[in-house]
Design a protein around this ligand. Sequence first.
Ligand SMILES: [Zn+2]
Length: 882
Amino acid sequence: MNDSAAQPDATVRLADYRPPAWRVRRVELVFDLAVDATVVTARLHLQCERDEPLHLDGEELELLDISLDGRALAATEYRLDARGLTIPGARDGSMLETRVRIAPAQNTALSGLYLSGSHDSGFLLTQCEAQGFRRITFFPDRPDVLAQYTVTLRADAARFPVLLAGGGPDGTGTLPDGRRWARFVDPYPKPSYLFALVAGHLEKIERAYRTAEGREVSLRIYAEADAIDGCGYAMDALERAMRWDERVYGRNYDLAIFNVVATHDFNMGAMENKGLNIFNAKYLLADPETTTDDEYRHIEAVIAHEYFHNWSGNRITCRDWFQLSLKEGFTVFREQQFCADMQSAALQRIDEVGTLRRVQFPEDAGPLAHPVRPAEYTAIDNFYTATVYEKGAELVRMLAGRLGALRFRRGTDLYFTRHDGQAATIEDLLAALGEANDLDLSPYLAWYAQAGTPCVTAQGDYDASTRRYTLTLAQQTAPTAGQPEKSPLPIPVRLALFACDGRRLPLHLQGEPASVGDECVLELTQREQRFVFTDVDARPVPSLLRGFSAPVQWQYACSPRELALLLRYESEGYDRWNAGQQLAAAAYDALHAGAQDRSALDAWCATLADLFEADTAQLDPALLADMLAAPSAIELGARHDPLDPERVHAAREAIEDALAIRLGEVLPARYHALRQSESGALDAPAQARRRLQGRVLALLLRADPPFGAALAMKQYEQAQTMTDRLAALAALVRAGAAQAEQALHDFRARYDGKPLVLDKWFALQAQAPTREALARVQLLADDPAFSLHNPNRVQALLGAFARGNPVGFHRPDGAGYHYIADRLIEIDALNPQNAARLAKAFESWHRLEPQRRAAALLALREIESHSGMSRDLADILARMRD
Ligand SMILES: [Zn+2]
């Protein structure tokens, strides 16, 4: 045994990449499984590529035996340290056998082989991405070593009735000592991070599926007995995802069995192990009584995401971890396309852009900023970020938009054919997309290399005498850590021009022979460019960056009147919502600055009131619901340096209050109409109606608190769905209503023993925007249902507080920071990945106003002074402090 935390941490650089000196052609693994001590025997069939001593990664492994080509090695014939094993005597064609002991029940980091649930009845499972396999056995644990896996599991049949591993089953039987064995062979060579096994008491549901190519596949979803009834929705979603990938990308599933397993103990959302996906139960289990509409959408999205990885990730994997976005950015994009097809495309886009602005933009603007393809890392676990995933998806979206659907498909076909069975790079993807269409897409590589969010400014000038409208676009990216100089990037700016009566104008671009229609895409490739539109009758209102055509910040001096016009007349859901968000931000700016000018606020409230009161048959209720909310406190807070989160929150509250009061009289009637048509159905119209109803209820609590709270309590009690019940409870807690305590008490009793529902209960209270929320969080941390061992629970209470409570976490006395710092030290000793994720709540500390900034710094120093910090947490802290 050894302690990896005690080792100095080397920085790994993309520029230093070299192909592996040693490959493993075949690996045979035998697991003698038990909860406290599992013995792993590994036979590696080695291939030497370069004359270097064989080095294998290994962490926290107890080496029992080692032999090379059948001969036991003396202690002088190998070198063992905290990071692995070096064997100078290995030759090309050698077979190395190691036997190691590991302790699954002691593995609180949830990386490698670990126990989910209780010692006596829980089950064993693995998580290997990115570097968990080295905590199972000695191996060249890097994604460009592709090996064929034969895995034999041996275990007590009563304790571990279900045995699963990736690939396909290849025999089962009973050992002389009475234990059962089961063997699995994966015909597709794969990197070690895609290895998986599961063993224990599990139930399954099963469905037969026939691929478009005619392969019969058995789809199986496993969960513990008390959760198996909640797997049906995920099975339906899986089938939809498989059909969609056949139709849209021509990709078929390639094994006879596709297993999915749910666990409550998981660091990530889910994992795409070949033939054996493992899911955080949060993204798999669903039932009408406890699952909200949003959660149904998330489950469908994550099921699809992991399934799509079978091609974009598994059949073609990453050459090294710097290429993580090759599989993640592309797969998130595929998932987003799928969700837009299954659900409302407008809502989907609003969700995506909201996530970027709330999570990725702050990351890109802070000390943790990094390129979509990082140039270096010390702890790769810390690069599973919104930048790699969500910004990475936006880059693929730009490429897809540049090519159009048909040519993009031609490009992905070439990519999948050309690189099947390989470990590829981002250059490989761009080359295939380009070459299939005789285009050079290499200028887009700069997007992958440059951190920071470009800011695009626009200036419009209309000349009535020549009937010309000149749009000057300029781009600029602020310096980020290690990148003081920034280059201009290719930025597609989709735009339309509106006349003052709300008509979209036909566009005549100077230099183009004919009209380009009423929408076009301008390619901004320089620092500044000018685009001239001719035959424009009157000064137009531009709608810029339609559909969020590039992941950039936008600055255009629109008047409130112009934004209100777009809010009223924009035909596309996302653009209409976005105009409203900009108008709300302008209203917020004026209020925050203490300005007398209320024109933006008046325009926002009046336009929304008109839309709300009008016959809304043409307006999706879900879209209307989203339009009735101001941008998040995080987005608004990004406009300030120095930042006072409590003051941001107060100004945001004030504009939402103003909207509620403006709508005041019409809210009750609309609320009752929405309530009356509630049937508990789960179809899209019912979900949209519930979304609007929840929003109207929240506004009612602002417009008339006693009346609104009484309605909320009634909705809480009579709710037919979790969406309605949770919306009512959230509104009560948020408003600090007198009934909140009673409802919280009831909720806890009603859903006792349902962990995913209890997570919501913890999160709601942690996010109540008051300074007293800290005392509540401290109390909840002592609740018997709370555990620092469980990542979902930690994120539900401490993550929700630190990331989602601008008032409680950011108390000016620093008590919120201090409290989270203490918990971080405790969590880090158990689960470094979970601690590092929570620590990111401090990522904007340097922008805080002086008093809070000093308090946050003190809290960070307190963590830093603690000895024995993990590599993951130390890396995050060091980067935040640089
Ligand atoms: Zn993924």
